[in-house]
Design a protein around this ligand. Structure first.
Ligand code: SF4
Length: 190
């Protein structure tokens, strides 16, 4: 009977024991600033301007901002505690007013962006209609459960800063962003 050759058993590889290291907590001041961008009654010119501004600032902003609720950037958005929110557009219905109040409650700083958020026009042009003109749009006001008067953001909630005009001036927007960031950081330090 042939003798089977004995093969040397392969040595078991020593399993490396990985030491668990506790995550080092990031100091509050260095945590990313939580951003929200919300659009109400508006055709989103300033959303477009904002995305153009991102072409120049994305590398810097992705390190310092947590874009929590920004529909122009992603489809999965979270409405929770926010540091800075930007509101675009006028408020034309009770539903919008309630949503805006909820956003305000969750935000440290609120910035109204663009003509309609700041002054209510031109989105609120129906506010200036005559009786005859109003009668002609009555069915639409009812159909969309619209408020009798279109409101600027400051008529619904408190506003910390404004970027007027439409489209907004990018330099002015960046100045307001930098001021808001400085305020959030100062509050975190205090
Ligand atoms: S004019 Fe008003 S509705 Fe039109 S994009 Fe500007 S802010 Fe929005």
């Amino acid at each position: 009977m042939p003798i089977k050759k004995l093969r040397a058993r392969p040595k078991k590889a020593k399993t490396a024991v990985l030491k668990k290291t506790a995550a080092v907590p990031v100091p509050a001041e260095e945590q990313k600033i939580r951003i929200g961008w919300f659009t109400f009654s508006c055709s989103e010119d300033n959303t477009v301007v904002m995305t153009e501004i991102m072409n120049d600032h994305w590398q810097e902003w992705k390190k310092m901002f947590d874009f929590r609720h920004v529909r122009m950037l992603k489809s999965h958005n979270i409405l929770d505690a926010l540091d800075i929110v930007f509101i675009e557009g006028a408020i034309a219905s009770e539903e919008q007013a309630q949503k805006l109040k909820e956003i305000r409650q969750r935000s440290k700083l609120l910035v109204a962006v663009g003509a309609c958020a700041c002054v209510g026009l031109p989105a609120g042009q129906r506010n200036t209609f005559t009786e005859i003109q109003r009668a002609k749009i009555e069915h639409l006001v009812a159909k969309f459960a619209a408020l009798p008067k279109v409101l600027k953001v400051a008529e619904v909630v408190s506003v910390d800063a404004e970027v007027p005009g439409c489209p907004m001036d990018p330099a002015n927007f960046l100045r307001v962003v930098n001021q808001a960031v400085a305020r959030v950081r100062a509050e975190r330090r205090s």
